[in-house]
Design a protein around this ligand. Structure first.
Ligand code: BG6
Length: 483
C-alpha cells in the first residue's frame, strides 16, 4: 500500500472518536497501514498535538476492540498531529499545507493525500474548493476524498451537493461511505453470487418467489432529533442502506469484478426500479411512527415525546415498501423492504423465498414449507437454507430442516475498517457511486413528496413491536408473509 497522509476534517467529532480512530488502530494492529503514514486531525479549537493524541488514546480505550496492546498504541499515536482550521479560511489551508509538506519530507513519503470529511455536508463544497485553492490538493501522487451521508435531502439538493464537489474533485477521487457496504456479510453478497454456480443458476425470477430485506432497530431517535426529525427513516435508512442492499443482492456478477463493473451493474439495477408515481405511493409504501411502548419490560416513550421532536411531528420512523425491478432477471419478483426504529429486535437480514415449481403432492395435508435462504447481516452473520426432509420419527411427514453456516465474527473487521482500507487502496467497489446515488434519489422523490404532502397514512406502532399492522397487510395482499 502507498505511503500517505490522512487529513481528517472533524477530528474532535463523535464519528472520528467512535469509528475512525478505532478503525485506523485496528488496521495498524493488523499491519494494514502503510509504512509511511501520517495523520493530520483538524478542528476549530486550538489544541496541542499532545492533547489531541491523548483524546485519540481515550477514544481507543472506549471504542477499539483491539486494546491492551500498549507499546504499539504509543507508536500508532506518534503519527498523529493536530492543526486548528477554520473551514472557510483559505489561509488556514495554506498553513496546513506547509505542515503536511514538512511531515512528508521528514518521513520521506510521496504526496499521496487522503482527505476525510467527517463534517456536516453543507461544508463539503467549501472544503473541497479550499483544498484546491490552497494547493493542498495539488499533489505529485494521488488524492482522494472520503465523505459520509447524508448526500443531500432530496434529488435537487443531492445534485447541488454533487455539483459543488465536482468542481474540485473527479468522481474517481470521491469515496462516498455507506457503512452498510462495509459490513462483511453485505460484502460477501458479491462473492456468494459469482462463486456459487448453484446460487447463480437459481438467482432469477424463474425460481425466486420474493425477496425480503429487513433492517429492524431497537434504538429510537436517541439524541439526534435535530437531524432525524427532518430526515425520517426514508432518508436515514431507506434511500441509502436499504437500496444499497437491494443492489448488492440483485446484481449478477459472472466473476470477481472490477469496481467499474460493479458500478455499472448497480447503476443498472436502480435504473430499472419500477417508478412509483406520487399518487401510487399509497399502494406500495407503508409509513409508520412509534408510539409509547415497552422494551425489555421497561416503558419507553413514543416518538412525539422524545427530546427535541417537534410537537405533532408526522415524521416517519418506519418504512416498508414493495418494489419491482424491471429486468429480464427480476421482472414479476416482488422485493419487500422494511426498516424501522424501536422495533422488538436488532436485526438486519435478507430472506430469499423460492418458488414451488412442481407442487410436491396433490394431497392438501402435505403442505411443504418454502425453501428459504436467509442471510443474517447484523448482529449475527450467518447463512441458512431451509429445506424439507422426513425423519425417522416423523411418520414420513415433511419437516423443515436448516443447513446453517455462521461465521466466527468476533474478530472480523468492522465496516469502517474495511471501507477505509479499501479507500487507501483506491478500490471503490464498496462505495456509493454518484450514478446510483442520483438514481436512488430520483426514484424515491415521489415518495418524499407523498410523505411531505401527507397524502398517505401515518401508521402508529407501539415501541417494542414488529412494526405497524399495515406492513404485514402489504405482503398478505400478495399471499405472502414476512419471514
Ligand atoms: C445510520 C443511521 O446510518 O445507521 C442510524 O443514521 C441507524 O439512524 C444506523 O441507527 C444503523 O446502523 P447499524 O450498523 O447499527 O445497523
Amino acid at each position: 500500500m502507498d505511503a500517505m497522509t490522512f487529513v481528517l476534517f472533524g477530528a474532535t467529532g463523535d464519528l472520528a472518536k467512535r469509528k475512525i480512530y478505532p478503525a485506523l488502530y485496528n488496521l495498524y494492529i493488523d499491519n494494514k497501514l502503510p509504512e509511511g503514514f501520517s495523520v493530520f486531525g483538524l478542528g476549530r479549537r486550538e489544541i496541542s498535538n499532545e492533547d489531541f493524541q491523548a483524546s485519540v488514546r481515550d477514544s481507543l480505550h472506549k471504542f477499539s476492540r483491539r486494546l491492551g496492546i500498549g507499546d504499539r498504541l504509543e507508536s500508532f499515536l506518534s503519527s498523529f498531529r493536530y492543526s486548528a482550521l477554520n473551514v472557510n479560511n483559505v489561509e488556514d489551508y495554506s498553513t496546513l499545507l506547509s505542515a503536511v509538506q514538512e511531515r512528508e519530507n521528514e518521513l520521506k513519503i510521496p504526496e499521496n493525500r487522503m482527505f476525510y470529511l467527517s463534517v456536516a455536508p453543507e461544508y463539503f463544497g467549501t472544503i473541497a474548493q479550499n483544498i484546491n485553492q490552497s494547493g493542498l490538493g495539488t499533489v505529485k501522487g494521488w488524492r482522494r476524498l472520503i465523505i459520509e451521508k447524508p448526500f443531500g435531502h432530496d434529488l435537487e439538493s443531492a445534485r447541488a451537493l454533487h455539483e459543488s464537489l465536482e468542481q474540485s474533485f473527479a468522481e474517481e477521487e470521491i469515496y462516498r461511505i455507506d457503512h452498510y457496504l462495509g459490513k462483511p456479510m453485505v460484502q460477501n453478497l458479491e462473492v456468494l453470487g459469482f462463486a456459487n454456480p448453484v446460487l447463480q443458476a437459481l438467482w432469477t425470477n424463474r425460481y425466486i418467489a420474493n425477496v425480503q430485506i429487513t433492517a429492524n432497530e431497537l434504538v429510537g431517535v436517541e439524541d439526534r432529533a435535530g437531524y432525524f426529525d427532518t430526515a425520517g427513516t426514508i432518508r436515514d435508512m431507506f434511500q441509502n442502506h436499504m437500496l444499497q442492499i437491494l443492489m448488492m443482492v440483485t446484481m449478477h456478477l459472472p466473476k470477481r469484478s472490477t469496481p467499474e463493473e460493479v458500478r455499472m451493474k448497480k447503476r443498472d439495477i436502480v435504473a430499472s426500479l419500477r417508478p412509483i408515481a406520487k399518487d401510487e405511493v399509497i399502494n406500495h409504501v407503508i409509513r409508520g411512527q412509534y408510539s409509547a411502548g415497552e422494551l425489555n419490560q421497561s416503558p419507553v416513550p413514543g416518538y412525539l415525546d422524545e427530546n427535541g421532536i417537534e410537537a405533532g411531528s408526522r415524521n416517519d420512523t418506519y418504512v416498508a415498501a414493495k418494489v419491482w425491478i424491471d429486468t429480464p432477471f427480476w421482472s414479476e419478483v416482488p422485493f419487500y423492504i422494511r426498516t424501522g426504529k424501536r422495533t422488538h429486535e436488532k436485526s438486519t437480514r435478507i430472506v430469499v423465498e423460492f418458488k414451488e415449481p412442481l407442487k410436491m403432492s396433490s394431497d392438501a395435508e402435505e403442505e411443504a414449507a418454502p425453501n428459504l435462504l436467509t442471510i443474517e447481516i447484523n448482529p449475527m452473520e450467518s447463512i441458512t437454507l431451509q429445506l424439507n426432509t422426513k425423519s425417522a420419527g416423523s411418520d414420513g411427514k415433511l419437516e423443515p430442516i436448516h443447513m446453517h453456516f455462521s461465521s466466527n465474527s468476533k474478530n472480523a473487521p468492522e465496516a469502517y475498517e474495511n471501507l477505509i482500507h479499501d479507500a487507501m487502496l483506491g478500490d471503490s467497489t464498496f462505495f456509493a457511486h454518484w450514478d446510483e446515488v442520483e438514481l436512488s434519489w430520483k426514484w424515491i422523490q415521489p415518495v418524499l413528496e407523498a410523505f411531505k404532502e401527507d397524502i398517505i397514512p401515518l401508521h402508529l406502532y407501539p415501541a417494542g413491536t414488529n412494526g405497524p399492522e399495515a406492513a404485514h397487510q402489504l405482503l398478505a395482499e400478495d399471499g405472502n408473509q414476512w419471514w
